[in-house]
Design a binder for this molecule. Structure first.
Ligand code: SF4
Length: 305
């Protein structure tokens, strides 16, 4: 059983959790605009420490002056304005790497038609879109094509700027940028400006996960189905471990059931044959606590060793 180096929270998530808990201890209950980490166990831990996720609609429909936390994913400028208007005390937990991407899109792409590579509904991307003053296109690789698999017309101007959601995977960003370049070459572009705003921690973990997946028979990705980073790690593990041999699990309680389903679906002759000869790799999203990862590792060791 192997892991791709250091796992557990990235510094952005760990900093946000520490700041929020310390704030709530000192100032009373804190409402975070969305979960501070896309991990159900972490959300439960934070609730115990009086940090509760809330939506913007709930902020608008409750009394003024509440304590509101911006998560590590950041928020658009309008959100800060609204919170200020409502007299909220704001704790800004935006990750410094996300803040840098916001600065790139708001300061270095002035006069450019902005294209954002990422999930249009993700909190971080909504924030980046706001700092861009409204991107001309937001989406992933497949969104660049029509149903007939031709290039979509993007209708971009002469100067085009492209950035990425920080938790995307570098090779996918390269494919995306290359395709955008092909598309705008047919339109009227003169200048293409690309900033690699992908988080280096995410990039390194993705690369190591991909390398590890090539050396094992089964990859377990520990994290929430809600986490963009966990989903992306599962994607980069697939070409190595094989698409059917990558399982996403949230915690140690799910290990036995997930493996049981996998044995049955894969049609292995005997469970014992798998457990004595298979090589297992374990990776985890950046919002998965190290405690959860260690519990999964212990559970897998108990089964396989
Ligand atoms: S994954 Fe990277 S960008 Fe996202 S919160 Fe963690 S350190 Fe920040």
């Amino acid at each position: 059983m192997k892991t791709p180096g250091k796992l557990g929270y990235c510094f952005g998530v760990s900093q946000a959790i520490e700041k929020a808990v310390a704030f709530a201890e000192e100032n009373g209950p804190l409402n975070s605009l969305g979960p501070l980490a896309h991990n159900e166990d972490v959300v439960a831990y934070l609730r115990e420490h009086r940090v509760t996720p809330i939506t913007m609609e709930e902020v608008l429909s409750t009394a003024v002056g509440m304590n509101v936390g911006i998560t590590a994913h950041g928020a658009p400028p309008e959100t800060y304005d609204t919170l200020k208007e409502r007299g909220c005390q704001v704790l800004d937990c935006t990750c410094p790497i996300v803040r840098k991407a916001q600065a790139v899109v708001s300061q270095l792409m002035d006069g450019f038609d902005v294209v954002i590579f990422g999930d249009p509904d993700h909190q971080e991307v909504l924030g980046l879109n706001g700092w861009a003053g409204g991107a001309k296109f937001v989406g992933t690789f497949n969104d660049l094509f029509t149903a007939g698999q031709g290039y979509k017309r993007l209708g971009l101007g002469k100067r085009v700027g492209v950035i990425s959601q920080t938790t995307q995977i570098p090779p996918l960003f390269v494919d995306f940028v290359t395709t955008v370049a092909h598309i705008i070459e047919r339109e009227r572009f003169q200048e293409l400006r690309v900033f690699n705003t992908i988080c280096p921690i995410v990039a390194a973990r993705a690369r190591k996960t991909n390398e590890l997946a090539k050396r094992v028979d089964l990859m377990l990705v520990v994290g929430s189905l809600e986490s963009a980073n966990t989903a992306n790690l599962a994607t980069v593990a697939k070409p190595g471990a094989g698409a059917d041999n990558v399982l996403i699990i949230q915690n140690a309680d799910q290990v036995t059931a997930a493996l049981g389903n996998w044995y049955a679906e894969a049609g292995f002759p005997s469970r014992e044959a798998v457990e004595t000869s298979f090589r297992i790799g374990i990776t985890a999203g950046t919002s998965t606590p190290i405690k959860t990862v260690n519990e999964v590792v212990a559970q897998v060791k108990e089964i396989f060793e």
